[in-house]
Design a protein around this ligand. Structure first.
Ligand code: HEM
Length: 464
């Protein structure tokens, strides 16, 4: 006998739509998790989903031989621009395998080390901005980290400069992408008759998709006309073949993947950096330890790629941030066959969507203890990180559909964090600020502002 999966009371036709916070649906998912525990069932308009929140269930579902990644309604909308690129490809689409096998080697730790100079180039632009504007200027970290991550992924993936730090207004491409993603997220909840009547919105949506596609196509055409000798992701996609089938990617799929890297690679990493900075300013002891390490390893010298391995506390801060506040907090899987999960408790039909709530799961006291909600980088270092049970730390998803950009994101965040800690002290604009969230495709801090005050304490010079 299986146990019915609990579900909040629902309304005919709307299902549980009324339970959902319109601005931040994320919040409703967490409140329902507090109320219903390890698992609950939702039914929003015509969409049905099961949500799992505990370590044990997520661990059980992290199994590529029984569960596959599904592409939920919002991501299906995003496919209008990203097509069968890596992130939005359906499991049966062959281009996923070709692109995955072809690109995997370029995303490994060693090739990512070669992206160091590009990453530092952009981090130095951020430092320069904060230095020039001075200590009285109000910094919006979410915005500046988004400039940083967008410019970094464009430079490392396709050797293209958006120059976001040199312009007050967003680049037309960035604007189009932001507007497209925001509209994609809301249109899935609009009845189709209403959508059809929104002619202005629909025309803008189509135009945004075209703006993005046109720029990607221009970059591809320019590279073909004027090849460069650099192992960036674009060169890899243009000039290499799938080691298994020998097939090459089509220009359409290269465009989809360039856009995928820009979408998947900027909000997540900028959210991580913003959450990290929030914890740093809230926890003076964390800032003290970070600074001690950076002064010891870098002194007043510019960071080099060889320093990364020595910035252990810096790495622990990033890991702990990704545990407590994973910016991509939900992913969706479905069983390949009817199954029973939870140690024989819950029956789940084949192909039913199961939302994995990493935000909740990564605070499961069973793994992380009673202080799971506290920010403690110490639990992520000195060999402890490697000893947590499998899948307990899963901010980058799981298995073959896990994040291909993991090493890139961590290195980028490490460089940026080391550079800002080396140069600045931070003062919260509103000292009483407590974490508030905003949600787009990902979640990040809202209304969090700081002053970046250049450090005046003496930094010891490190002989190299
Ligand atoms: C997939 C998180 C940075 C590219 C994913 C997934 C997660 C994730 C959770 C799995 C999604 C799912 O199962 O539906 C993150 C986080 C990041 C980050 C937290 C930063 C801290 C990046 C960067 C790139 C990237 C910098 C740049 C290329 C991708 C791609 C996929 C993906 C292409 C799809 C992989 C596939 O299905 O084959 N990411 N990501 N991500 N990520 Fe990231």
């Amino acid at each position: 006998m299986t146990t019915p999966i609990p579900s909040p009371p629902s309304i005919p036709f709307l299902g549980h739509a009324a339970h959902m916070d319109r601005e931040i649906p994320f919040r409703s998912f967490q409140l329902l998790a507090d109320q219903y525990g390890e698992i609950y069932r939702l039914n929003i308009l015509t969409r049905k989903a099961i949500v799992v929140n505990s370590y044990d269930l997520v661990n059980e579902l992290s199994d590529d031989s029984k569960f596959y990644k599904t592409v939920p309604a919002t991501l299906q909308e995003v496919r209008r621009a990203l097509g069968d690129g890596l992130f939005t490809a359906f499991k049966e689409e062959p281009n996923w395998g070709i692109a995955h096998r072809l690109l995997m080697p370029t995303f490994g730790t060693l090739p990512v080390r070669d992206m160091f100079d590009d990453m530092l180039d952009i981090a130095e632009q951020l430092i320069l901005k904060w230095e020039r504007f001075g200590p009285t200027y109000t910094v919006d970290p979410a915005e500046d980290f988004t400039r940083l991550t967008f410019d970094t992924i464009a430079l490392t993936a396709m050797t293209y400069r958006f120059n976001a730090f040199y312009s007050e207004t967003a680049h037309p491409f960035t604007q189009a992408m932001g507007d497209f993603l925001a509209e994609a997220a809301v249109r899935v909840n609009r009845p189709s008759v209403v959508q059809a009547l929104m002619r202005g919105t629909n025309a803008k949506y189509e135009q945004d998709i075209k703006t993005m596609a046109d720029l990607a196509d221009e970059i591809i055409a320019e590279r073909k006309k004027n090849p460069i000798d650099k192992p960036d992701l674009l060169n890899r996609m243009l000039y290499h073949a799938d080691p298994k089938t020998g097939e090459k990617l089509t220009d359409d799929n290269i465009r989809y993947n360039l856009l995928t890297f820009l979408v998947a690679g900027h909000e997540t990493t900028s959210g991580t950096l913003t959450f990290a900075l929030y914890h740093i300013v809230k926890n003076p002891e964390v800032l003290r330890k970070l600074r001690e390490e950076v002064d010891e390893v870098l002194g007043d010298e510019t960071i080099t790629r060889n320093d990364l391995g020595r910035l252990k506390y810096n790495q622990a801060v990033i890991r702990e941030t990704l545990r407590l506040n994973p910016p991509a907090s939900f992913r969706t899987v479905a069983p390949l066959e009817d199954c029973v999960i939870g140690g024989g408790k819950y029956f789940v039909e084949k192909d039913v969507s199961i939302v994995i709530n990493s935000w909740k799961m990564q605070c499961d006291p069973k793994v992380w203890g009673e202080d799971a909600l506290l920010f403690k980088p110490e639990r992520m270092m000195d060999g402890k990180f490697e000893q947590y049970p499998p899948n307990a730390w899963q901010p980058f998803g799981y298995g073959s559909r896990g994040c291909i950009g993991r090493a890139l994101a961590i290195q980028e965040a490490q460089i940026c964090l080391a550079c800002i800690i080396q140069k600045f002290d931070f003062v919260m604009k509103d000292p009483s600020y407590e974490l508030k969230l905003k949600q787009t495709m990902t979640v990040k801090p809202k209304d969090f502002y700081i002053h970046a005050v250049p450090r005046t304490d003496k930094i010891k010079r490190v002989p190299r």
